[in-house]
Design a protein around this ligand. Structure first.
Ligand SMILES: NC(=O)c1ccc[n+]([C@@H]2O[C@H](COP(=O)([O-])OP(=O)(O)OC[C@H]3O[C@@H](n4cnc5c(N)ncnc54)[C@H](OP(=O)(O)O)[C@@H]3O)[C@@H](O)[C@H]2O)c1
Length: 375
C-alpha cells in the first residue's frame, strides 16, 4: 500500500515533528515534508502555539528555496487541520498550493474534527492516504491523544529505585540512588511534559525545585504540589521559585484563608479540590488539568502519592531508573497493598528498556483499560 519512499519521507516528517518535543504544547508535535519525484522541496515542523503549523512551515521553506510545489506529495505526521484556531486551516494552504497527494500518519484524535481535514482534501481532488507509521505518530503525541480522547493528560510517573524496588532510605534520604547520566536523562523527560507533579512528602524531604536544568529548553513546565492541609513552607525552594518562569500550583483539600493568601502573595496559584477523605481528589485533578490543556503530566513523587495515583486509575506509565544496588526494606517506589491473589496483580507492558549510564531505564505501561484507545 505504501512504498519504501513513502516510509522514508514519513519517517523524515516524524523526525522533524520530534524537534517540537519541548515547544509545541498544547498543540501536537507535527512534521511535514513536501516531495516531488523523490526530491524534498520543503519541510517544516510545528512552531510554538499561535505560530505556524508544520504544513505552513514546509510551504514557506519550499517557496523561499524558489521551489514550485504544484503536483507534489505532502507527508504529514498528523491529519492537516480544517478549522480556524489561532491560525487558518492548513488544508486550505495545501489546496491553494496545488499539492496533488497528501499522506498522513494518523487522523486528528479530536473526535469533533477527526477525518474532516482529509475529507476536504479529497473533495478538492487531492489523493489522500492515511495510516503510515501511525503507531510512531501516536506515540510522539500520546499526551495530545489522551487529552483529545479522554479529556485528561497522559500521566508518566518517573521513579528512581534500587534493583529491589526501593526509592528512599527509611529516613527519607533518596539523593542520589541513580547516577548522573540517569538524572540528566530524567530532565529531558521533564522538559517534554506540560507539568511536573509531586506530593508534600517529597517537598518536605527533598526540597526540590522541579524545573528543567540539564537540557536546553525555551519553556519550563508548570509545577504542581499536592498538599491537602497547606503545610508547604514558604521557605521551600519550590515556593521561593514560584513566579520566576515556572508557575507553581498548590492543590489543597482544606480551606485556610491566611495560608492561601500567604502563598498567593509569593506567586503560587491555589486550587481547592478535596475528596471525601480530606485529601486531594485525584480524578478531579486530572480532569481539571485536561481542561487546562495539559497533554503530558510528569510525576516525581514518593511512594504514597504514587500508590494513590495508581489506585485512582491516574497513572498511565512508569519511567523507572533502576540502579545496580540493593537497599533492603527501605521505602518502596509505590505504597500499595498486595492484591488478594496473583491473578489480580497490576499488569504492565515493558515498552522500552535501555542502559542509561550505569543504570537501567525502563518504560513500563499499564496493560489493558487505562491505555485503551491510545495503543
Ligand atoms: N526515588 C524517587 O524517584 C523519589 C522521587 C520522589 C520522592 N522520593 C522520596 O519519597 C519520599 C517521600 O515520599 P512520600 O510518600 O512521603 O511523599 P509523596 O508521595 O511525594 O507525597 C505524599 C503526600 O501527598 C499528599 N497528598 C495529597 N493528596 C493526596 C492523595 N489524594 N493521595 C495521596 N497523597 C496525597 C499527602 O499529604 P497530605 O495528606 O498532607 O496532603 C501525602 O502524604 C522521600 O523520601 C523522597 O526522597 C523518591
Amino acid at each position: 500500500m505504501f512504498s519504501a519512499e513513502d516510509h522514508n519521507f514519513m519517517q523524515r516528517a516524524l523526525d522533524l515533528a520530534e524537534r517540537g518535543l519541548y515547544t509545541t504544547t498544547p498543540n501536537p508535535r507535527v512534521g511535514c515534508v513536501l516531495v516531488r519525484e523523490n526530491r524534498i522541496l520543503g519541510e517544516g515542523y510545528t512552531q510554538p502555539a499561535g505560530q505556524n503549523h508544520a504544513e505552513i512551515e514546509a510551504l514557506h521553506d519550499a517557496r523561499s528555496a524558489g521551489e514550485d510545489v504544484r503536483g507534489s506529495t505532502a507527508y504529514v505526521s498528523l491529519e492537516p487541520c480544517s478549522h480556524f484556531g489561532r491560525t487558518p486551516p492548513c488544508v486550505n494552504a495545501l489546496i491553494d498550493a496545488g499539492v496533488a497527494r497528501v499522506v498522513a500518519a494518523m487522523e486528528d484524535p479530536n473526535p469533533l474534527v477527526s477525518g474532516k481535514g482529509l475529507e476536504i482534501l479529497r473533495a478538492a481532488d487531492i489523493e489522500v492516504r492515511c495510516g503510515l507509521l501511525e503507531r510512531e505518530a501516536r506515540e510522539l503525541n500520546i499526551g495530545f491523544v489522551s487529552r483529545m480522547t479522554r479529556h485528561r493528560p497522559w500521566v508518566r510517573s518517573k521513579l528512581a529505585a534500587s534493583l529491589d524496588g526501593q526509592s528512599a532510605m527509611p529516613d527519607g534520604q533518596s539523593q542520589w540512588i541513580t547516577g548522573e547520566v540517569a538524572r540528566h536523562d530524567g530532565h529531558a523527560w521533564r522538559a517534554r511534559a506540560c507539568a511536573i507533579l509531586t506530593g508534600i512528602g517529597t517537598v518536605r524531604s527533598d526540597d526540590p525545585i522541579l524545573n528543567v536544568r540539564y537540557v536546553e529548553t525555551p519553556r519550563q513546565p508548570a509545577r504542581i504540589v499536592l498538599d491537602s492541609r497547606l503545610e508547604i513552607s514558604v521557605d521551600s525552594r519550590i515556593v521561593k521559585s514560584a513566579g520566576l518562569g515556572a508557575p507553581l500550583l498548590v492543590v489543597h483539600a482544606l480551606r485556610n484563608e491566611d495560608r492561601e493568601e500567604e502563598l498567593r502573595a509569593r506567586g503560587c496559584e491555589l486550587l481547592y479540590l478535596p475528596d471525601a477523605s480530606g485529601k486531594v481528589d485525584l480524578p478531579a485533578l486530572m480532569s481539571e488539568l485536561g481542561r487546562r490543556s495539559l497533554n503530558e503530566l510528569h510525576v516525581e513523587a514518593g511512594g504514597k502519592l504514587n500508590g494513590a495515583l495508581l489506585g485512582a486509575g491516574c497513572v498511565d506509565e512508569f519511567l523507572v531508573y533502576m540502579a545496580p544496588s540493593l537497599l533492603g526494606q527501605a521505602l518502596p517506589m509505590i505504597e500499595m497493598a498486595a492484591p488478594a491473589s496473583l491473578n489480580e496483580r497490576w499488569e504492565l507492558i515493558f515498552r522500552d528498556v535501555e542502559m542509561v549510564g550505569e543504570d537501567l531505564r525502563i518504560l513500563a505501561r499499564l496493560a489493558g483499560g487505562l491505555s485503551e484507545g491510545i495503543e
